[in-house]
Design a protein around this ligand. Structure first.
Ligand SMILES: Cc1ncc(COP(=O)(O)O)c(C=O)c1O
Length: 375
């Protein structure tokens, strides 16, 4: 979340420099009149920060999921399993590949219920997409273990947990493929933007070509005479997004540190009064949201009033639950499939997610949490 709060002269200067130096806003071509390829640099910087062999920058997180699924070989008739607490983008990407989304409920970690996943896997399952919702890791290793036995591929949707870790590794780099979003509400932002991370050269090659109309970027040929073997689409990132992204990435460690300070205050003051979101062992969230459960409807109402009074509000829960719970997605899924998410809806209905904003003082989170604790 805090990326947008920290946009300042660094991003502005970088953008101005891009215009002053060349004004080339396109990631490819124009080779004889440019010195820099910012999208490629942004990819390299992500590669070394997150320790992934390959990184491909794309136009959005949604595009990243679609391109990744295509590169993983998803086609018409395949089943792709994902979870009920999610964002509609994942379902849209699955449908866009011609595949069928299969929904698994979440548990009190607010991530995929692994026991239910086991029951939803069939011969038609091609890919499983655990979604690390609101900054915290799914039971990734367990999911990978289950899928490996059945030769099913795993794609981590890490749009909401950039910077979070599982056993010292960054989320998005644990499974065969991972995706990030850099939209305006995410940990770091390029306005709109996304990233695909993988160690698999075949997946990278397909994704690179598919997101760029099939271009192979043959180094021996000018772009206009480039070679091709598949057709694709246009999901390219622009140079403007990339120069902003390079500055934002430099701020990620600071954001993680500041998030943690505010999260710790909320945890200390609320843990004795409310049930907190369950966090899995060996995982480190990115702490961009603090989530707890409140069964009492009267108290819930009061908590929301306090968060409104201090101009903090909530993040997704409960304000945008309709966009984040598949129970409400009858415009995209069958009514029967939606109704299977009832258990998730019940859990989400009791959850409150406080956004962590790094420009808000720690003392404000101290005050808010004490007011909520003593209700
Ligand atoms: C879990 C999840 N997946 C995918 C996306 C899509 O990302 P984008 O907005 O960059 O298309 C989002 C964005 O909110 C998200 O939260």
């Amino acid at each position: 979340m805090p990326g947008f709060e920290l946009i300042n002269n660094k991003e502005k200067t970088a953008l101005n420099k891009l215009f002053d130096e060349s004004g080339i806003l396109f990631a490819h071509g124009f080779d004889n009149i440019r010195k820099k390829y910012h999208v490629r640099e942004f990819e390299k910087k992500n590669q070394s920060f997150f320790k992934s062999k390959f990184c491909l920058a794309v136009s959005s997180g949604t595009a990243a999921i679609k391109v990744a699924l295509m590169a993983m070989g998803v086609k018409k008739g395949d089943h792709v399993v994902t979870q009920a607490f999610n964002f509609i983008a994942t379902i849209e990407a699955i449908l866009d590949c011609g595949a069928k989304p299969i929904i698994v409920n979440v548990d009190k970690t607010l991530n995929m219920d692994v026991e239910e996943l086991k029951k939803k896997i069939t011969k038609k399952t091609k890919v499983v997409i655990p979604v690390h919702m609101l900054g915290s890791s799914a039971n990734t290793n367990e999911i990978i273990k289950i899928c490996k036995k059945k030769k099913i591929r795993v794609l981590e949707d890490n749009c909401e947990a950039v910077g979070a870790k599982f056993k010292k590794k960054y989320l998005g780099t644990i499974a065969e493929v991972g995706v990030f979003s850099f939209d305006f509400g995410k940990m770091i932002t390029t306005g709109e933007g996304g990233l695909i991370l993988t160690n698999n050269p075949k997946i990278y090659k397909y994704a690179k070509e598919y997101h760029d109309h099939g271009h192979e970027n043959n180094p021996k040929l000018p772009r206009g005479r480039d070679t091709k073997s598949i057709y694709g689409f246009n999901y390219r990132m622009t140079e403007m997004q990339a120069v902003v992204g390079k500055e934002q990435l430099k701020k990620l460690n600071y954001i993680l540190k500041e998030n943690l300070k505010r999260h710790k205050v909320l945890e200390k003051n609320l843990k004795n009064y409310y049930e907190l979101r369950h966090i899995l062992k060996d995982t480190i969230p990115n702490h961009d949201t603090f989530i707890f459960y409140c069964e009492d409807n009267y108290k819930r109402k009061k908590i929301l009033e306090i968060l409104k009074k201090y101009k903090i509000g909530t993040k997704n829960l409960p304000d945008a639950i309709q966009w984040h719970c598949s129970y409400f997605w009858s415009h995209a899924l069958s009514k029967k499939e939606c109704e299977k998410s009832i258990r998730t809806k019940k859990i989400l209905n009791k959850a409150i997610a406080i956004p962590i904003l790094v420009k808000k003082k720690i003392s404000l989170y101290e005050r808010i949490s004490k007011e909520i604790a003593f209700l």
